[in-house]
Design a protein around this ligand. Sequence first.
Ligand code: ADP
Length: 167
Amino acid sequence: MDITLVQGDITEQRVDAVVNAANSSLMGGGGVDGAIHRAGGGRILQECRRLRDTSHPDGLAAGDAVATTAGEMPATWVIHTVGPVYSASADRSHILASCYRRSLEVAEELNAATVAFPAVSTGVYGWPMDSAADIAVRSVTESSPTLGEVRFVLFDAQAYEAFSRAL
Ligand code: ADP
């Protein structure tokens, strides 16, 4: 499996699945979540609503992942995962690691060969970038799924450099 890094916009990636740093309501939000819903169009929200009506009445727990199609984006799937909110007093690293592990499990179920991840939890949820990058890289490396490529898509140079160091 190749692990690659690019600086850019995850909504433009030509991969089988893009991962969304969603919130547990699955009803959209700001940051990468807002960008994915805007780029993919209303179909993603429709499918999220259906998930809430059927399999996920209470929403998606932090650390878990679930898929919808990707609407108008180049990707085929969106894998929604919910990162933990950063806490300096409680170690939630295992939850952040689980986001990557569970997203890759869902990707395998979908037969997705290429998957793009944003830096989950590093925006509104406040996780320090260097620590988030270490956890992300370790979790993906240890998951060793049968995928062709896992691509980290970092929005700015600071995030790109942090992931570069972690790798
Ligand atoms: P969270 O709530 O998990 O912290 P955010 O969406 O607020 O999620 O931020 C997660 C990361 O995604 C941040 O590093 C932010 O800079 C980045 N980001 C925001 N928009 C995009 C985008 N279009 N493509 C890739 N990364 C993005």
